[in-house]
Design a protein. Structure first.
Ligand SMILES: Cc1cc2nc3c(=O)[nH]c(=O)nc-3n(C[C@H](O)[C@H](O)[C@H](O)COP(=O)(O)OP(=O)(O)OC[C@H]3O[C@@H](n4cnc5c(N)ncnc54)[C@H](O)[C@@H]3O)c2cc1C
Length: 450
């Protein structure tokens, strides 16, 4: 248990250092029984609990809120891989195992754990399940929800629910694990998970393609998808301004970029020829302006790093007001055009940084302060900017939070965009599972009066 302020500090501030409220202490239990004992003790004393994994979440869900006595419950020491079943294609891990450690354990058994994103070296399984994280391979494999077979969860009253099953079929009443996936620590503390593994990918072709803008990027995505189906395992959009924040200059200059990868399980599958012919057609038709195909594993890693380094480049150059919208695919060009037009008219000195998972309709529309200014310069306009971007997405049948969740940061969006029926259902579930409101209070579900 860490009680000194200096020891608590790293756990109290979120990844972007926007929120930092004091906790009474940070507890680092080793076992589910210790988690259970901590939860019972807190319940007896009316102390709230903030479950925390790698603390890489982008909506300040894993750090304390102001004004409530809270214990941060870090799962970091519960970091054991409990079992890997190569015949059943499953891996069972404690909640504090990092996403990268799961990927590496799967690869060592010649399997694939297909969830991947920039923070994978630090983000933990409990955290990625609790945010239902997506990442760059959702196209073929779905979000975290599609990978979870079973969970072990400590409930608000301290009881341990052992739902750690490795079954692909189990229609025995309500599928309780689904309640905890994406619940952001508000309904229980996940202590272990059984996850699905997939066959490993043994042939890959990766390309960075120049395009004129979102419309061409979407056309390219659709032609690659039509050609390769679920063999298109990665398709990311990076606007020109976003690419300028990457860890290295791109191999060519273009108004915008698409990073695409075709993969196959069969090592002899000729995915390179398939990608080359698709890119030749895109260049011929004018959909693409340039294309570079990775010639080695090192070149592939470098191309992927261009995309994955954008959020860190953004943070290192002063940060941004971040957004995480999703819209139906066909609405992407019009939504982005409407956003660009709005900013040209109302906020002409701000800098839009747009990138994301184009095949999922999920784009990060981040707003950087004017050149030479800090994020504080946008403080007065922040909520109007966020409301405008989120409303433009929701008005087109979209979402104001595609993959990062709600935490503290997106609560106004819940009040603005969720129906009374949806909010009432969420509150009913919360009250049933956590009647004292001690699990991660002030996150995800807005209070009734707001
Ligand atoms: C550089 C970068 C890139 C990213 N890219 C993507 C991306 O492409 N796609 C995407 O979906 N997300 C992305 N994210 C955000 C993603 O949501 C988080 O990185 C990750 O899912 C959170 O895991 P964590 O272990 O750090 O959780 P934390 O930040 O510690 O916690 C996140 C939430 O889960 C809760 N929680 C944590 N552990 C538990 C537990 N054991 N039981 C119950 N509740 C728990 C917390 O209370 C909090 O509400 C990115 C983040 C960064 C920093």
């Amino acid at each position: 248990v860490l009680t000194e302020s200096a020891d608590r500090a790293a756990y109290e501030a979120d990844w972007r250092k926007l929120y930092a409220n004091p906790a009474l202490a940070v507890a680092l239990p080793h076992t589910p029984a210790q988690v259970s004992a901590l939860v019972r003790l807190c319940a007896a004393h009316g102390i709230a609990i903030v479950p925390q994994g790698g603390n890489t979440g982008l909506v300040a869900g894993g750090v304390p809120v102001a004004g409530t006595p809270q214990l941060i419950l870090s799962l970091a020491r519960m970091n054991r891989i409990l079992a890997l079943d190569p015949q059943g294609d499953t891996i069972t891990v404690q909640a504090g195992v990092t996403l990268q450690a799961v990927q590496e354990a799967a690869a060592a058994a010649d399997k694939l754990f297909p969830v991947s994103f920039g923070a994978e070296g630090t983000a933990q399984i409990g955290g990625v399940i609790s945010t239902n994280a997506g990442g760059v391979q959702v196209l073929s494999y779905g979000t975290l929800r599609a990978q979870v077979l079973g969970l072990e969860v400590v409930l608000a009253d301290g009881r341990i629910w052992d739902g750690l099953r490795a079954l692909r079929k189990d229609n025995t009443g309500l599928d309780l694990k689904q309640i905890f996936i994406g619940a952001e620590g508000t309904l229980g503390v996940i202590t272990a998970a059984c996850l699905k593994l997939s066959p490993s990918l043994n042939a890959r072709a990766t390309a960075l393609i120049g395009v004129c803008g979102p419309e061409a990027a979407l056309t390219l995505f659709q032609s690659l998808r039509a050609q390769s189906g679920s063999g298109l395992t990665l398709c990311e959009y990076i606007s020109g301004p976003a690419m300028a924040l990457a860890n290295a200059p791109p191999p060519f200059a273009a108004p915008a970029y698409v990073l695409a990868e075709l993969s196959a399980h069969d090592a002899t599958a000729d995915v390179t020829t398939a990608l080359e012919s698709a890119l030749a057609a895109a260049l011929d038709s004018g959909t693409a302006t340039h294309a570079v195909l990775a010639q080695s594993h090192r070149e592939r890693t470098a191309l992927i790093a261009l995309r994955e380094s954008v959020p860190e480049g953004e943070l290192a150059t002063g940060g941004a007001i971040k957004h995480d919208i999703a819209v139906p695919l066909a609405a992407i060009p019009a939504t982005l055009a409407a956003i660009e037009a709005l900013f040209a008219e109302k906020y002409p000195t701000t800098r839009l940084n747009i990138f994301g998972h184009i095949g999922d309709g999920n784009l990060h529309v981040n707003v950087r302060p004017p050149a030479g200014k800090t994020l504080a310069a946008l403080a007065a306009q922040k909520s109007a900017i966020t409301q405008a971007i989120e409303s433009l997405a929701v008005a087109r049948g979209g979402s104001f939070s595609a993959e990062h969740g709600i935490g503290q940061i997106r609560l106004p969006g819940m009040s603005a965009h969720k129906s009374t029926v949806e909010l009432d259902l969420m509150r009913a579930i919360k009250t049933a599972l956590d009647p004292q409101n001690l699990l991660n209070p002030g996150k995800m579900i807005p209070p009734k009066e707001s």
